[in-house]
Design a binder for this molecule. Sequence first.
Ligand code: NAP
Length: 483
Amino acid sequence: MRKLRSVIIGAGMSGILAAVKLRERGEDFMIYEKGPGVGGTWRENRYPGLTCDVPSHCYTYSFAPNPDWSKFYADGREIEGYFQSVFERYGLADRARFNAEVTRCEFSDTDSRWHIETADGQRDTADVVIAATGVLHHPNIPDVPGLQSFDGPAFHSARWDEQVAVDGKRVGVIGNGSTGVQLVTALAARCAKVVHFQRSPQWIMPGATFEYTPAQREAFRNDPSLMHAIRNDEAYFAALRRYTQGLLNTESEALAETEAIVLKNLEDSIRDPVLREKLRPSYRAACKRMIVSWGYYDAVQSPVVEVERVGIERIEPNGVRLRDGRLQRLDIIVLATGFRTDRFIRPTCVAGRGGVRLDDVWSERPSAFLGVSIPEFPNFFMLNGPTSPITNISLFDVAERQWEYMTPLLELLRSGEAREVSAAAGAMADYDARRIAAAKTTVFAACTSWYLDPQGVPSIWPWAYEAYIEAMRAPVLEDYEIR
Ligand code: NAP
């Protein structure tokens, strides 16, 4: 058995997972991370109100349960701390280079190895590349006229400027996804005025969070099966499965149930009929990623919050000019306008066999066989790559299953049975065709959202969670080109 040398790109959730698994095997690897620390999206996003809407004990590696979660839904800083603690516990510091953005990644047909370059001039070679670069990390900056002319601070939500004091200020939030909703909820308690500019209203799923008491945390520490029980809570998974059925079948009772819940939430929560109509979406529930919130509808009825559905004409030095001629005077503007989700590892220049460029292969849409492998890119594996989102299933679950799935493929390299492994072109084409046809029938196809690829097709796993578990059980070797 030969020991492989791997390069992991990204020190977020998926990259740390790969590093832990390789360290456990005693193999050589290096993590290259463009940012200054670990945590990926949870390091980059620092806006007030940032919270994960997956229960904390489910948003955890299976091998690193955390008895110290303070709440049912953890906030961003606590999640970042969790990644730091796993990173330290597994002694990964000597295996990571930070502020080291990988700019080139080229496969050599001569030695079947990957040659890597970083922006600061480092070079490395590896048998295997693990691309763990995430999906939601290239800010989408809207093309609003006059943005540069604004007199005050204006920044994207993922570039939160901690030097800027928001307390007592007039803040405009443009964008109404999970981020915009969390931000407005948090800012309503701190600002003199918050204007929420919504191009599209959102359906809101009610949720409830609560703090774990010191006694509960002590109990988790003493008896990890209590955490296991939360993690595998049957009622939670039954609800998630039911919700997923609705996403996949727009005619289903299950989707009608989801729609009834969010409609009731709107009707019961918003007292003013004018505001209620402003907040009422015209598209089907769950078509954009469902927002779970326990505070937004209260926040939005606070006297300091205004919801603007009239479109933005332009940004001026003093604020936002609306299409009806009014000026919303503001001190700060936050762009909660989401991410360019078609990028993945790009702009890194990735070149596979014969110099074929990933940018060209992905000219129509980014795709990877089962989200992990791409024809002509041997020994290059993606975690949470294109088409990976499995409705609202925790990305930890997805990444861990993907890692288990690719392990036998790595074994082929270790044993010397293969020098090069990548998805076969036929398997990839078949997967794409079946996936695209199925994705077009899901509720995600019914409106615009970050799930859509450049061709307007939802870039998701469009089948049941059980089917995903089955597909990830083991690779079918006929689906791979093995040399
Ligand atoms: P998003 O869901 O893509 O929402 C972007 C928002 O910006 C939308 O309301 C969009 O309006 C609006 N927008 C985009 N371009 C615009 C323009 N030119 N003018 C006006 N409005 C514009 O982005 P996000 O809220 O950052 O969330 C992205 C994903 O991150 C979430 O879906 C979720 O998966 C993840 N996230 C998760 C959590 C969590 O709790 N786990 C928290 C935050 C984020 P339209 O809808 O009209 O396009």
